[in-house]
Design a protein around this ligand. Structure first.
Ligand code: F0G
Length: 474
């Protein structure tokens, strides 16, 4: 249904979700003793915990969505033909209708699309400007030989700044880069919707339009990370002049019209447990992607997915642009965020689109960044409450590929990403209680040292030990 989510805000204190629950999955609360042992065994990295020892799982909003009865029923119609599957046609049609791009190649998930795009477009010695970084996108840019450059606005790195569009590009920084290295060394402008590492923060349509004009002038294609595009569109609808009357569907299409293509992880906005795609308007790029995808993923009509996965994603792409769905989704995050703000818990402002981000620098000012405060806070939160989050600070930022020094990001955060359509606001109440309890004992939390560091994307498998004998002093 296309209407204005804002009107619903006036009627209800919270925006109710446009669905009821037909199937449930049991979750179990554990004891603190069990969680202490589990955390020690997992080397203080929440990625290494067994999921059945997690009560409320806010590790990620990726692939953790509850699918609709429509999606499940479409899956039964999956056409598993190796080539020319009808299910591909439905995905192709959905992407063309909702995003508006001309060409689509499915991939097994978002990073596979990033891999293909980086390999094709980047030459060693190139520079790729980005609005902040996402871990996998930057890794693929760097592995292809590019230097990653941050051209986000300064406010994006300030957790207390209430800037409404922290995903905006600083066009001055971009112009300086173009002047310094020359447009021919910039294979594409990489812009992420609702920047994940910055707290789920949108760019504005105004900024995107200006960016497109600048990039067109220098013949630099604008390549979107459209993973959380719908959440970005929702913030534009709510915050930007002239967009209150426009449907999410129209805003999504308008955003894409100012870009040349996109990589998308379907595991977020598109409401599926697995899937992604690369879409673009340039026929030559499409031809190259099609020839490379068969080496890494599978034929260009299934890209490493089953026919049923293509069906679920095609259906999810239509569901994700329902105004009522996205208003309820973001409002649930606001519900949790406001509870924390009321209790003076330091979180990134404004409240983001896919989760709450605890500001570990202000939460644990006694732990210097070199002792991984956000990692320690993530581990402590699990022990105290059974809630699982993820570090988004110095551990996630990894090392500079040239100097091998640890990157020291300004933002040292714990992300609590809320899966779509999976938890109720009662769960959010429990999460808030756990965080507030932790905030009250914050001085007892100690820092960590790293005992094992993987070569790539270290946060996934890194291992730690508390600096003192226990993470939370008795
Ligand atoms: N881009 C963004 C902005 C993402 O958040 C992710 C994944 C990807 C690309 C890669 O997609 O996982 O399908 O390969 N983010 C997950 C997260 C891992 O928890 O934020 P993928």
């Amino acid at each position: 249904m296309e209407n204005d989510g804002n009107q619903k805000k006036k009627k209800f204190k919270v925006i109710p979700p446009p669905y009821r629950i037909k199937m449930v999955e049991r979750i179990e609360m554990t004891t603190k003793e069990i969680r202490e042992k589990a955390m020690e065994k997992a080397s203080y990295n929440t990625f290494l915990l067994p999921a059945d020892l997690v009560y409320i799982d806010l590790l990620t909003d990726s692939g953790t969505t509850a699918m609709s009865s429509n999606q499940w029923s479409r899956m039964m119609l999956g056409d598993e033909a190796y080539a020319g599957s009808k299910s591909f046609d439905r995905l192709d049609g959905a992407v063309k209708e909702i995003y508006g791009y001309k060409y689509v190649v499915p991939t097994h998930q978002g990073r596979a699309a990033e891999h293909l795009m980086s390999r094709i477009l980047i030459k060693p010695g190139d520079y790729v400007p980005n609005n902040m970084y996402f871990t996998t996108r930057r890794a693929h840019q760097e592995m292809a030989g590019a230097t990653w450059i941050d051209v986000s606005i300064d406010q994006a790195h300030e957790p207390t700044s209430n800037h409404q569009f922290k995903g905006d590009i600083d066009l001055k920084k971009l112009k300086t880069l173009i002047d310094e290295v020359g447009a021919e060394k910039i294979p594409y402008m990489s812009i992420e919707a609702n920047i994940n590492m910055g707290g789920g923060q949108p760019f504005s349509m105004r900024n995107l339009k200006a960016l497109k004009i600048l990039c067109d002038k220098h013949q630099i294609p604008v390549m979107l990370d459209g993973t959380r595009l719908v959440e970005n569109a929702y913030f534009i609808q709510q915050r930007e002049m002239g967009y209150k009357v426009k449907s999410i569907k129209k805003i999504v299409k308008e955003i894409c019209s100012y870009t040349n293509g996109a990589t998308v992880s379907g595991k977020k906005d598109a409401l599926v447990n697995i899937g992604g795609f690369l879409a673009c308007n340039d026929e030559d790029l499409f031809t190259e992607v099609k020839s490379l995808v068969v080496v890494f993923e599978g034929l260009h009509t299934y890209g490493g997915l089953a026919g049923r996965d293509l069906e679920a994603m095609a259906c999810g792409i239509h569901e994700m642009v329902d105004d009522n769905h996205i208003a309820a989704r973001v409002n649930q995050i606001e519900y949790l965020g406001n509870k924390l703000l009321e209790a003076n818990v330091p979180i990134v402002k404004p409240i983001g689109g896919h989760g709450i981000f605890l500001d570990a620098k202000r939460f644990l000012p006694h732990i210097p960044q070199k002792y991984y405060p956000a990692q320690a806070l993530t581990a402590a939160l699990y022990i105290v409450s059974g809630v699982r989050g993820m570090e988004r600070g110095i551990v996630s930022a990894g090392r500079d590929p040239e100097t091998r020094e640890e990157r020291k990001p300004k933002l040292e955060l714990v992300r609590l990403a809320v899966p779509r359509r999976a938890y109720t606001n009662t769960h959010m109440d429990v999460v808030a209680e756990g965080i507030i309890e932790l905030h009250n004992i914050r001085k007892k939390i100690s820092g960590l040292k790293m005992t094992f560091e993987p070569k790539q994307l270290r946060f996934f498998q890194a291992q730690f030990k508390p600096l003192k004998n226990e993470l939370i002093q008795k």
